[in-house]
Each structure stands twice: as C-alpha cells, then as structure tokens.
Design a protein around this ligand. Structure first.
Ligand SMILES: Cc1cc2nc3c(=O)[nH]c(=O)nc-3n(C[C@H](O)[C@H](O)[C@H](O)COP(=O)(O)OP(=O)(O)OC[C@H]3O[C@@H](n4cnc5c(N)ncnc54)[C@H](O)[C@@H]3O)c2cc1C
Length: 374
C-alpha cells in the first residue's frame, strides 16, 4: 500500500484545495437549503460531482482514489455534502448498473446537477436489519402497480423528488423473492410524508405512507421480482469510499475536541489525556484501515468487508469523541450546544447504515470465517 498520492492524484488534490478555499466561508456555519442546492450545482459545474461515474453517464470516470481525495479534502475544508447524497452515491450507481436506458437518460443528469433529489425507501417498521421482510405491497394494475404500505427512517424524503423503493410484488414465494425495486414520484397522489423528530430536535428523516400511489411499468428498476438483488447492489454502493469520508470528518471532529479540551484547561487532567490518547490511536487505526480498504478496492473493483469494520469502529469512536467533549464542557455543553447536538445525533451512528450487531455478525462470518449465526 502506497500512502503517497500518484502525480495525477496530487494535481487533483491541489486543484480541489484551491477551489474549496476560494468558495468556502472563512468560518464554518449552518447552510440553508437553498445554499446547499447552489453548492450542489457549483460542485457539478466544476466537475466534482460523479467523479467515479462513467463519462458516458456524465461523470468523469476517475478511480475510487480520486473520490477518496475529494471526500478527505471536502471534510478537512468543512465543506457540506452534495445535497443529493443518496442520489449520487446510491441511486445513480444502481441505475447505471441496473436501470433501463430510458431511466438513465431521465434521472442521471438531474441527480448529478442536484436538480433531482432522491431518497431511499427500504426500511419499514418490521424490516430494518431484516430488509427482506419488506411488507409494502405493489399490486398489479393496468400499465403498472399501486403501492400500499409504510416506510420509515427515510432520510431527505421531505425534500426528495423521487424515491428508490422496495416493495413486494409476489407475497407467495420466499421472502427474498417477489420483491421489486421501483422509482416513485414523491409528489404522486397516495404518497404522504411526515417528518420524524429526532432526539436532538432535527427532522432529517421521515415516515412515508403509501395509499395506492401509482408507479408505471417503466418505473421498475431491473426485472420485476428481482428487487432483492437490486437492493443489495444499492447497499454495496453505500459503502464505497465511505470509510475514508467518515474518517476525514472524524479527524475534523477530533481536532475540534482538542480545541475544546484546551479551552477548558482539561489537557492536564490525566483521565482526559488517557482518553484523548486512546481516541487518537483508534483514529489512526481507522485512517490506515480506510487506506487498506481503498487499496483492496483498487485491486478488486469492489468494496471489501473492511467497510463493515470501518463503519463499526467509526461509529464507536465518534460517540466517544462527542461524549468526552460534553464531559469536558460540563454544564456549558447546554449553552454552547454544538457538542450536545453532536452527542445526541451520534446515538444514531451505531444504527444507521447497518447496526453494530449486524456489522459484528458480518465481521465474524466474512472476516474471521466463523460459522453463520442464522
Ligand atoms: C439516522 C438514520 C437514517 C436512516 N436513513 C434511512 C434511509 O434513508 N432509508 C432507509 O431505508 N432506512 C434508513 N434508516 C434505517 C436503518 O437502515 C435501520 O434503522 C437499520 O437498518 C436498523 O433497522 P431497525 O431500526 O428496523 O432495527 P431492527 O432491525 O429491528 O434491530 C433492532 C435491534 O436488534 C438487533 N438485531 C436485529 N437483527 C439481528 C441479528 N440478526 N443479529 C444480532 N442482532 C440483531 C439490531 O442490531 C438492533 O440492535 C436510517 C436510520 C437512521 C438511524
């Protein structure tokens, strides 16, 4: 594993750093929805959206290493995400590999430019870790299907124009069969979105209730009944270079923790020093595991099981970083607000994108080669 940038990567990094420096405000701040939309358009115009997408689909056809550099530099510069995170990282690659030519032409340009926002409607009240237990029904009607059911935890659904949705078209077969993946217009009659209020007061995700919402035959992604394999391909894309992205953001959080520790004079407290040292070590472990995962991905073209290790370890370290910051601030945490907000939000880290128990199961089976638990 070579940790140095190749010449083309170094040039890409330098150009990106300049671009970010010119465009970002001097101090980090909250961005409004309109500003985030504009930011997504700017990224697209500058050629920083869809770096790894094939050129034929409007991307730049660059290797995963460039995407990792982009994630790293954006996090270090405090840049916000492209507003269409789900469209860019999950739906777009799924449509490129499994969508029809008409679907690709209709959705991909808008996903890249940020004009068409997507959410992902996989989870249901009784189908989270056990995704194949999806119960939302897609009932055959003339020219398409009618959807009936409920989705939960759909991030960005309140902003999204479309949803990549998993529903059951055949209730008779085994639970992995008879599922179909659809592209749903979020403004169609029969789609009701209600925000879910989170522990920290934010409302980033939603319940979606479907009462007869119509999708047409041309809105099926892949073949009817093959939704399980389409969903697996979507979830594999979710992992991509995300370990590097998460680690880069955590590096920024860790630097902020150090500033908080110094601000409160806690750098002389032996317990704080020990915790900071341990978190630093684990952060370095994450960094190098991220590079190892990238090297493996370069060789095989696929994200390997390291991505499960990265997600698991990142979520635990992030929770500890936030908890330590709140502890150091004491009562001031309520007044300052930043770390308290982060601490509460970090509770979701060990649930979203695969719970810790599920990830430990994957590591046990696929990394350690232990027998299957189920
Ligand atoms: C912030 C956030 C954003 C999200 N965004 C989206 C989104 O945009 N779209 C979407 O579709 N979903 C989204 N989700 C849903 C997320 O994918 C699920 O919450 C997650 O998969 C867990 O499913 P569940 O909540 O149904 O828990 P369950 O699957 O009911 O699990 C409950 C508990 O049992 C444990 N458990 C379950 N099965 C096993 C097993 N076999 N072995 C050991 N332990 C087990 C779990 O680890 C967990 O601790 C989001 C969740 C969060 C928190």
């Amino acid at each position: 594993m070579d940790l140095h940038d190749a010449p083309d990567e170094a040039a890409f990094r330098a150009g990106l750093r300049d671009w970010l420096r010119e465009r970002l405000p001097a101090e980090p701040r909250q961005w409004s929805g309109d500003e985030l939309r504009q930011w997504s358009r700017d990224l697209h115009r500058a050629g920083y959206a869809g770096l790894t997408w094939p050129a034929a689909h409007g991307g730049r056809g660059l290797p995963a290493g460039h995407q990792a550099i982009f994630a790293e530099e954006s996090a270090l510069a405090g840049a916000p995400d492209h507003l269409n995170v789900i469209g860019m990282n999950m739906v777009g690659p799924t449509l490129i590999s499994r969508g029809s030519t008409a679907q690709q032409a209709r959705y991909l340009p808008g996903i890249l430019s940020g004009e068409i926002l997507f959410c992902q409607g996989f989870s249901e009240p009784d189908a989270g870790s056990d995704l194949a237990a999806v119960r939302t029904r897609a009932v055959r009607v003339d020219g398409g299907y009618e959807l009936h059911g409920e989705k939960v935890w759909s991030s960005y659904a309140h902003l999204a124009d479309h949803c990549l949705l998993l529903a059951r078209t055949d209730p008779t077969g085994s639970k992995h069969q008879g599922l179909t993946c659809f592209l749903l217009d979020m403004r169609a009659p029969g789609v009701a979105v209600s925000p879910l209020r989170q522990l920290n007061g934010d409302s980033d995700f939603n319940q979606i209730v479907l009462t007869g919402a119509r999708v047409r035959d041309e809105d099926v992604v892949g073949e009817p009944g093959q939704g399980w394999s389409v969903a697996l391909s979507t979830l594999a894309h979710e992992r991509g270079t995300f370990g590097i992205t998460l680690t880069a953001r955590l590096t920024v959080q860790f630097a902020r923790l150090l500033r908080t520790v110094r601000q409160y004079g806690a750098q002389h407290d032996p317990l704080v020093r020990r915790e900071v040292a341990e978190l630093h070590t684990r952060l370095q472990g994450l960094r190098y595991t991220g590079y190892r995962s990238l090297a493996a991905q370069r060789r095989s073209g696929e994200p390997g099981p390291e991505s499960s290790l990265l997600k698991l370890e990142w979520s635990l370290v992030h929770q500890r970083v936030c908890a330590l910051a709140v502890r150091v601030q004491g009562g001031d945490a309520v007044l300052d607000g930043y770390w308290q907000h982060q601490r509460l939000r970090s509770r979701a880290n060990t649930i979203e994108g695969g719970t810790s128990e599920i990830l430990r199961g994957i590591v046990a089976e696929r990394v350690l080669g232990l027998p299957r638990s189920r």
